[in-house]
Design a binder for this molecule. Structure first.
Ligand SMILES: Nc1ncnc2c1ncn2[C@@H]1O[C@H](COP(=O)(O)OP(=O)(O)O)[C@@H](O)[C@H]1O
Ligand SMILES: O=P(O)(O)OC[C@H]1O[C@](O)(COP(=O)(O)O)[C@@H](O)[C@@H]1O
Length: 377
């Protein structure tokens, strides 16, 4: 359509710009890649050296860069865009949002999310079958979602076999009235079995309290979490073993990379095509510094700074979480948290010197500038 003669693929993520050879991509070589999982280009964490990357873009005579990945990747793309701008290069830098976690803000969803939710159904279904097959059976499924619980929330809503969904955005507690143990007991007495879905980033503060926490990070600087699935399974087993009144059988399923590694489903394939075509049309029209994405069902170009300023999280006061609560009937875990917060607030107030108010009532207004940048040409 645009008469492009050469398309290069960068191998192995950002460090591939300066540490590896490129591969030539042709319509023939990419024809079938949507039928495979993973990435034909390879991926990596860390290794983002902005200056070296832009040197490599300059040396190779690249004039359009399309960068595919999650929120970290979009931050990296934004840094490249700034450096390109600083050097006054005629290069478009465009982001394409791919992450199963769906933690990129502004857009309706990221590419890969739908597929992950669909595959998660298989794990939930297995947990349900196992739990249903024994007396007082509990199936626990851990799903990916480092800081955002979208996969767990949507997989729960889609399945309708889940009795409790735990996500990073909604703190929970185990003991006492309104706690998880009480709910499990009630659910088992009512129904004879139950399924719990837990996102990998949920309850990390509880895990750190009981397991010695090492604050390790991956090469990209993302915090590495303790295995909350194993932890909660053991806690539930220990609790009911100590109680002796309700003998349970718990099966733990962790599909880990299976929900990320499978080929994308039909809806993600169509979405990816739209994202890619839209990304190219934008760059060919002379724009740069944007992420291509669906917003309210429309293809848009979103300036990098709107994408990188925050992460997308499940809002637990929103309707979607309310729908989930009404589907699972789980406790909201808000009561004890509310009590604690009130107590903390009261304590903070008591510690303030006379005449000082603990609550900051000022409202920050933010200028919303939705412009994207024309390429330096
Ligand atoms: N703030 C940042 N500035 C520049 N590069 C970043 C930044 N955050 C992450 N990156 C780079 O983006 C790449 C992917 O980030 P990562 O967090 O691992 O995955 P994801 O894109 O799925 O969030 C890594 O190479 C990482 O070094
Ligand atoms: O072990 P790895 O490769 O670092 O991946 C694990 C992480 O990847 C994620 O699934 C996100 O994956 P993507 O952003 O690549 O889709 C996180 O939820 C998870 O913590």
């Amino acid at each position: 359509m645009y008469g492009v003669k050469k398309v290069l693929g960068i191998n192995g993520g950002y460090r591939g710009f300066y540490a590896r050879n490129t591969i030539t991509l042709t319509p023939k070589s990419v024809n079938d890649i949507h039928k495979r999982g993973g990435t034909v280009l390879g991926t990596s964490r860390g290794g983002h050296d902005t200056k070296k990357i832009v040197d490599s873009i300059q040396d190779r005579g690249i004039n359009q860069v399309y960068i595919i990945g999650g929120d970290g990747t979009q931050k990296g793309a934004s840094a490249i865009f700034e450096e390109v701008r600083k050097r006054g290069l005629k290069v478009s830098v465009v982001g394409i949002p791919k992450t199963i976690d769906n933690d990129i803000p502004v857009i309706d969803k990221s590419f890969g999310f739908d597929t992950a939710v669909e595959e998660a159904q298989r794990a939930i279904n297995a947990a349900h079958v196992e739990a249903e097959s024994v007396e007082n059976g509990i199936g626990v499924v851990k799903l990916m979602g480092r800081n955002s619980g979208f996969i767990a929330m949507y997989a729960t809503l889609a399945s309708r076999d889940v009795d409790c969904c735990l996500i990073p955005e909604s703190p929970f507690y185990l003991e006492g009235p309104g706690g998880l143990y009480e709910y499990i007991e009630k659910r088992l007495k009512e129904n004879g079995h139950m399924v719990i879905v837990i996102a990998e980033g949920a309850g990390q503060e509880l895990v750190s309290e009981s397991v010695q926490s090492m604050s390790k990070q991956d090469a990209s600087g993302n915090k590495l979490f303790q295995d909350v699935g194993l932890w909660i399974s053991q806690k539930i087993r220990d609790h009911f073993a100590a109680q002796k009144t309700l003998p349970i059988t718990l099966k733990y399923i962790d599909p880990t990379y299976m929900i990320r590694a499978i080929p994308s489903n039909a809806s993600d394939n169509v979405y990816c095509t739209l994202l890619a075509q839209s990304a190219v049309h934008g760059a060919m029209a002379g724009y740069t510094g944007y992420t291509s994405g669906l917003v309210n069902g429309r293809q848009t170009y979103i300036p990098f700074y709107r994408i990188t300023e925050r992460q997308n999280h499940v809002v637990i006061t929103d309707r979607m979480w309310a729908r989930l609560l009404s589907s699972t009937n789980q406790p909201s875990f808000l009561d004890a948290k509310g009590d604690n917060e009130e107590k903390e607030e009261e304590e903070a107030l008591n510690q303030l010197p006379d005449g000082h108010c603990a609550k900051d009532t000022s409202l920050a207004s933010k200028e919303i500038n939705s412009s994207i940048y024309p390429t330096a040409c």
